[in-house]
Write a protein that binds this ligand. Sequence first.
Ligand code: DHB
Length: 392
Amino acid sequence: MLRRHLVQALSLSALTLGLPLAHADDSTFKIGLILPMTGQAASTGKQIEAAAKLYIAQHGDTVAGKKVELIVKDDTGLPDVTKRIAQELVVNDKVDVLAGFGLTPLALAAAPIATQSKTPMVVMAAATSSITEASPFIVRSGFTLPQVSVAMGDWAPKNGIKSVVTLVSDYGPGNDAEKYFSERFELNGGKVIDKLRVPLRNPDFAPFLQKVRDEKPDALFVFVPSGNGAAVMKQFLERGMDKAGIKMIATGDVTDDDQLNDMGDGAIGVVTSHHYSAAHPSAVNKKFVADFEAANKGMRPNFMAVGGYDGMRVIYEAAKNAKGQGGGPALLAGMKGQIFESPRGQVLIDAQTREVVQDVYLRKVEKKDGQLYNVEFDVIKSVKDPAKVKQQ
Ligand code: DHB
């Protein structure tokens, strides 16, 4: 306890004084991976850790002549813990880069540490648009909710859905999904009858779904974070919403590949918009899924895994670009502008916004060889985060 307090005090003063946090040992390249390994978002931590380890297994544990050391820390999904761990990793372990961040409040808690210590921070999971504005050292390898929600606002009204109720988790990404879906849907002539927000922690969807049943929209648009989709789907089906003529449409966070098979055949036909499906039919993705499943007892990778895997790619290539010189700013510069083929398709790290530019797919849940998949049937190419396009 005493030691922890001392470390924290020292860490704080080093950071606030802006002291250079020289890297301890020039022969290692340290990646501090902060993830929720326990708590409500534990599946996100598990997916990203597995993906990061797969990347290292495939690409080797040396980069730019240095030995890679991956330090995985569990923040239990609590922002204060994320912040303390980020501080300890920067000051004590002298990591070259911070990475992970399973939920928006966790990423926002660590952002000031990245700024003060000039340490690049790769956000692999958290997806509220504003996160990259919280520090000039943040680079995103996952996605943003506006990026994937707009596509559904275009698809739904062209496919017989004229009225919608939205149901989102009541925090950053839910608010983004609600706003960007609704604006686009209404621009296309649709009507949003009601906007419902459920608490992030221990949500009970039943009273909200009852309200939706009474309001009788053509469809219910849903966003809940990864790991919560199966609960919404179960209650949606148990209440016979589909039989009452209400379709479910959603971002792909809901028909999450991590849980999809557990949702049962009731999920078949649900249309979602998202940037990654384990069923994406490219050679790169087929190899990624096969290698991931082989290394993890058959666990199917989801969009969080891809955010983690590509985040590692961004880090490795940045280390090569920086040639081990120049510390955090040089590593950050080496991340900007990367273009590569991800398991999700072609991606770009936009040098201006530090956001990932990527294809967004429309997908429908289908059964293939006895398993449920999000099968892509349409694509919108090279989508930037719309929240930033407006500002530019
Ligand atoms: C966030 C978390 C998720 O699990 C997800 O699917 C989307 C966004 C977040 O907290 O930003």
